[in-house]
Design a protein around this ligand. Structure first.
Ligand code: CDP
Ligand code: MG
Length: 874
């Protein structure tokens, strides 16, 4: 921790000086600005008037206001021609009342923080304020970053619509796609996209203002961006190219940004937007279900629908699988018929009868004619095995014998059930913003995405399961696991707040108040919970050698920084500085490291790409890296089936997929490339079928994942060619399979990238404990790890393997496994080996910083055929 606190930053003095023109109140303390309610109304009316009366008055007023400020401030007012109904809706948003306060603060300060409840209009309105005030009129554009792709896309559409402008002007850019043009004035993007842009142009000259949205989420990229922009903005101002930074948060917990002397010398003003929040009554559960909380959620939702007056219901669950499962259950319990056309209901009828026979209990008393083929399993078609959706709950039918439902389930109002989660297709997401069909009650079943990113209109009841699914990393071993954990008190209150947007509401917390009392106050910043090698590499590439001194809003642990630096040194991305312990954290970047930093993948995969041009392996390396980056190529066919029919279909498809995997894994050398060969085979096969949805469906590939891989392959090809362009820039999406020779090269390239993920099968003589049977030893862990049962090498059990990741479920499982020949280890990973003299017996050890694996190396070895690509630095 002593590393973390060393604060004498060399950069500080020259970089942090702010433009004097920009900060007239330099030494004044942080101001919390908030106008009284009456003022707000007046202002709102006035604004309404000016907009009605034409724009000239306002324009003039604006010009008067800015006259005696800096000449570099925009002085024009850019009119926006909104539809009257849009304008009317805008005027109801609390943030509109603060427009003047916000814009004055922005004019007078380089940094401004805006806090306001979700739904108060920050995301949709603040970019418009800046636009109208002319921040996009001088060639510069307004950039807004979102931690989630969903928000970037949907908000750009929304703002374009509100402003009555084309998406050529209000555009978005996310990792793989965007609609940005040369006419773009407002650009929504994910935070990762902006970070990449900083690498290309540190001063971000395209932008005149940047808004960092959803800062309370404390996503890693958001944190880093705020750190970087705290330096970039003053630099820009010094160079006479003024720029503004606005940080927006849904909570008031912004001390990490405002009271952080490393970030901002002068605490930025904090503008608080008073949301018109109606009271929400909180109902705690008496007991806290630990096991079947999804069952509890189902019961509660049914009860609300049956007993309580109209008003939308918003349910918070943890993952996509849970969301779909609950949607199915609710749709079965409260069927909803779309339109008046009678659709073919024989299938549903049959199912219904079958289920009834199977369970000798009375089912919800439903109107049989009310069945429609439409909603029952609609969710399934967009189901994806997304991040963290490995687990699924038990059968849907389980709860149908619930007596409370059978007694009373005769809803006069149908329930209109919609799922909502990050990976849901945007068109489907958009449904939640539309009013439900007349005479129905809206019920949105959502993951955390509905907590702050999106506001759903008309919600009166919130059902909160109190949990969230998060990815956890073991700081030492890098083992990741998805765990469902309790949310923070701040999150619980955010969730409750969703119920009071339009009228007083109710929040049902499915946990006791005692449990709530034990929740942490706020969620931890993500940066403290994940490995940081990618961030460290990016920073080194920005010439921030002493990463410890970087103005992180919350600094990662010294441990994590050291581990990252060590990994980057062993990948050859950083040059080792052999001095004191402290020097570890100031290793400079190598030309290879710079090349790696330009690839939009983690450093281990970037290393593979850097080596990929040998033996014409590049197209394959790119395909493999793309496939490893996109999580879950294969559909999750282990989901519970809704009916016997579906169940037999699933069994068939599972068998088919297993067969295909075996086929793709190949034989001989190919088989030894293991799961990576399976990925390559899947990508290759899919491309030969021109990536058709039907092909994917038939063999259990996730269509969306395959599309993403295709885009990523193109992007990676461009990135690699940008570094050393001598090779043919074109990679045909259709590949011929690699030759035997190429497969051997591929395995070596994979080893070079995943060198720290080497594992050795436990030797017979070490097999003291039966728990080690078929187990592997890794340098960093005391416990055995195993090859995942779905792996191509599950039965082969090679002596040495490298793995993509270890995921902890019932056991520690290696995923993405490929076999390694032991003589490659000293050749390709000398940095991990201790070499004794040839006379020394026993032979050398393969070792990593804290552990060793016995490795019998040949006494002589030399490096052959393994060169790094020529990297040219400007
Ligand atoms: O960013 P913040 O949470 O403060 O609010 P916002 O996302 O700007 O949303 C402001 C209002 O616009 C909310 O009441 C939303 O319901 C509404 N909105 C909408 O109707 N349709 C969208 N696609 C996005 C927002
Ligand atoms: Mg927002």
């Amino acid at each position: 921790s002593d590393l973390g606190t060393s604060s004498d930053d060399e950069d500080d003095d020259d970089e942090e000086q702010e433009d004097k023109n920009e900060t007239p109140e330099k030494n004044e303390p942080k101001q919390i600005i908030s106008t009284s309610q009456e003022n707000k109304h007046e202002e709102m009316e006035e604004k309404h008037k000016t907009e009605k009366d034409g724009l000239n008055e306002k324009k003039k007023a604006d010009q008067d206001k800015v006259q005696n400020i800096t000449p570099s401030q925009p002085t024009v007012f850019i009119p926006v021609d909104r539809f009257p109904e849009i304008q009317e809706a805008r005027l109801k948003l609390p943030v509109l009342a603060e427009e003047q306060v916000i814009m004055e603060a922005v004019r007078e300060n380089p940094f401004v923080v805006i806090c306001g409840e979700t739904g108060s209009g920050k995301t949709t309105q603040v970019p418009q304020f800046l636009y109208e005030a002319g921040y996009a009129s001088d060639g510069g554009i307004i950039g807004i970053t979102e931690p989630r792709r969903v928000a970037a896309v949907s908000m750009s559409h929304r703002v374009a619509k509100e402003m009555n402008l084309s998406t050529r002007v209000v555009s978005y850019q996310i990792r793989y796609e965007g609609n940005v043009t040369s006419d773009t004035k407002i650009q929504f993007m994910t935070d990762g996209v902006l970070l990449k842009e900083i690498q290309k142009d540190f001063l971000l000259k395209r932008y005149s203002a940047i808004i960092i949205d959803e800062a309370h989420e404390r996503s890693v990229y958001t944190d880093i961006l705020i750190g970087l922009l705290s330096r970039i903005v003053p630099l820009r101002n010094k160079k006479g190219m003024p720029m503004k930074l606005l940080v927006m948060s849904a909570t008031l917990c912004v001390e990490d940004f405002t009271d952080n002397i490393k970030l901002f010398r002068v605490p930025p003003p904090v503008i608080k937007v008073d949301a018109r929040q109606y009271p929400v009554t909180i109902h705690f559960n008496k007991r806290t279900p630990l096991e079947d909380y999804t069952g509890e959620v189902f019961h509660k939702t049914c009860k609300i629908h049956r007993m309580l007056p109209p008003g939308g219901i918003l349910v918070f669950l943890t993952g996509q699988a849970e969301v779909h499962s609950l949607c199915r259950r609710l749709r079965k319990a409260f069927p909803f018929r779309k339109g008046s056309t009678t659709t073919d209901s024989s299938e549903s009828m049959r199912r219904f009868k079958k289920a009834k026979q199977k369970k000798a209990v009375s089912l919800p008393r439903i109107d049989l004619d009310n069945y429609s083929a439409l909603p029952v399993d609609e969710g399934d078609e967009d189901r994806e095995a997304g991040i963290g959706d490995e687990e699924d709950e038990g059968s849907d039918l389980e709860n149908e014998d619930d007596p409370t439902i059978t007694e009373k389930a005769d809803p006069s109002i149908p329930l209109f059930v919609l799922p909502l989660y990050s990976l849901l297709a945007p068109e489907k997401q958009a449904k939640v913003f539309r009013p439900p069909p007349p005479g129905t009650r809206l019920c949105v079943v959502a993951t955390n995405v509905a907590e702050t990113s999106l506001t759903i209109p008309g919600i009166k009841y919130v059902v909160d399961c109190g949990r969230v699914k998060k990815r956890f990393y073991d700081r030492v071993t890098g083992v990741s696991s998805f765990k469902i954990s309790w949310i923070s008190q701040a999150s619980a209150n955010q969730r409750a707040g969703r119920a009071g947007r339009t009228e007083p509401g109710h929040c049902y917390r499915l946990y006791s108040s005692a449990v709530f009392g034990d929740f942490s106050l706020f969620s931890e910043a993500e940066i403290t919970r994940r490995p940081v090698e990618d961030l460290v590499l990016q920073m080194k590439d920005l010439n921030i050698d002493k990463v410890v001194n970087f103005p992180f809003p919350t600094s990662p642990s010294a441990e994590a920084l050291i581990a990252a630096e060590q990994l980057l040194v062993s990948l050859g991305a950083l040059k080792e500085v052999k001095e004191m312990e402290q020097a570890r954290l100031s290793c400079p970047i190598t030309p290879l490291g710079s090349a790696m930093a330009s690839f939009p993948v983690t450093p281990r995969y970037a290393k593979m790409l850097a080596l990929g041009k040998q033996q014409d392996c590049l197209p394959y390396v790119i395909a493999v890296v793309a496939a490893m980056t996109v999580r879950e190529l294969f559909e999750n066919l282990d989901r519970p089936a809704g009916s016997e029919d579906e169940s037999s279909k699933l069994t068939q498809r599972r068998a088919r997929l297993t067969q295909m995997r075996r086929l793709w894994a190949g034989q001989g050398t190919s088989l030894l490339l293991g799961d990576l060969m399976v990925m390559l085979g899947a990508v290759g096969a899919c491309e030969f079928a021109s990536c058709s949805p039907k092909f994917c469906e038939d063999i259990g590939l996730r269509y969306k994942a395959m599309l993403e891989i295709r885009r990523l392959r193109r992007q990676l090809t461009n990135a690699v060619n940008a570094v050393s362009p001598e090779v043919d820039a074109f990679v045909n999406p259709k590949m011929t399979p690699p030759t035997e020779h190429q497969v051997v090269c591929l395995r070596q390239i994979v080893l070079a990238g995943l060198g720290d993920h080497l594992a050795r099968r436990v030797q017979a003589e070490d097999l003291l404990d039966p728990k080690w049977k078929n187990g592997y030893k890794t340098p960093l862990m005391d416990e055995p790890v195993f090859i995942h049962p779905t792996s191509a090498l599950f039965k082969t059990l090679p002596e040495f393997v490298v793995y993509q990741e270890i995921v902890e479920t019932t056991k520690m499982y290696m995923k993405g496994v490929s076999a390694v020949e032991q003589e490659w280890i000293p050749q390709l990973l000398p940095q991990y080996c201790h070499f004794g003299s040839p006379l020394e017996v026993p032979p050398p050890w393969f070792c990593s910083s804290t552990g060793t694996i016995k490795c019998h190396c040949p006494s002589t070895f030399f490096r052959v055929g393994w060169q790094l690509p020529a990297v040219e630095m400007e």
